[in-house]
Design a protein around this ligand. Structure first.
Ligand SMILES: C[S@@+](CC[C@H](N)C(=O)[O-])C[C@H]1O[C@@H](n2cnc3c(N)ncnc32)[C@H](O)[C@@H]1O
Length: 253
């Protein structure tokens, strides 16, 4: 019948919209995509609010096996596919949407907040972000994030680094890991793109009441503890609007 793509926001079970909740309550099957991001609450809280059993969907189920599960069921049943944050802000879900379209399955979309907009709380203007880049766990020979930073800096744009999630041990890279990674590539490349003095913004658990935002030089943020939860790192453009500067001062260490 319908494959409902529902963004459930960034923090806990209460961030779903009323529209999203109505669709979940009507669903025959409820999937939660759990490989691109994490909520700050246990899945039991979602099940209690929804009154539904949640099926955890890993990357293999969504990207390889959906024809036998999610898409198969959506031909005749109401299926809710829950995405933490907003629906299409991770690269992978458009693929599922297009596959549903090709099979003639009806779809509905319910949007929600995303890390891509929640970073507006730092005061940096969203219009002035350049390309977003992701730092993977296995980054020994990876330099793309550094190249993206270089390109954005040359164009006076802010850079958002999203940080890899390791599905096996439920662990994710931290702001500190991200800074160490950039300093390592800097050393290898011998350039002056990301040094100990580069201004950085470390964010954790954005959208929750105990979110952490810290602004300081790379060397000083390295010593900060951003605690558990989803982390991201921002390197602002060199030239800031006065209001961006004023906002960043709120979070200076
Ligand atoms: C691939 S993005 C997923 C985007 C998600 N669908 C959304 O709309 O927010 C996931 C990455 O964004 C960052 N992230 C997600 N939620 C966050 C939060 N609440 N606070 C800080 N960083 C977050 C983390 O680096 C995480 O690994």
């Amino acid at each position: 019948m319908t494959l409902n793509f529902i963004g459930i926001g960034l923090n806990d079970e209460k961030d779903i919209t009323l529209k999203g909740l109505e669709l979940v309550k009507k669903a025959d099957f409820v999937y939660l995509e759990n490989y691109t991001s994490k909520l700050n609450c246990n899945i039991n809280y979602l099940e209690k609010l929804y009154g539904k059993k949640i099926i955890l969907a890993d990357r293999k189920m969504v990207e390889m096996d959906a024809e036998k599960t999610i898409l198969q069921q959506a031909k005749t049943k109401e299926v809710a596919f829950l995405v933490i944050g907003d629906v299409f802000s991770a690269t992978t879900h458009m693929d599922l949407f297009l596959r549903a379209k090709k099979l003639g399955i009806k779809t509905k979309i319910v949007h929600n907040a995303s890390v891509l907009t929640a970073i507006g709380i730092t005061g940096l203007q969203l219009y002035k972000f350049g390309k977003t880049t992701s730092i993977p766990f296995e980054n020994e020979n990876v330099e793309t994030p550094y190249d993206v930073l270089k390109l954005n800096q040359e164009n006076n744009l802010h850079t958002l680094f999203i940080l890899d999630l390791n599905q096996n041990n439920n662990n994710s890279l931290t702001v500190n890991d991200a800074i160490r990674y950039l300093l390592k590539v800097e050393l290898k490349r011998g350039e002056r793109i990301f040094t100990d003095n580069t201004l950085c913004i470390g964010c954790a658990k954005l959208g929750s009441l105990d979110q952490i935002i810290k602004v300081g030089k790379a060397s000083s943020l390295l010593k900060e503890n951003f605690k558990n939860g989803m982390h991201c790192l921002i390197v602002p453009a060199k030239k800031l609007h006065f209001m961006e500067e004023e906002a960043l001062n709120l979070y200076k260490q």
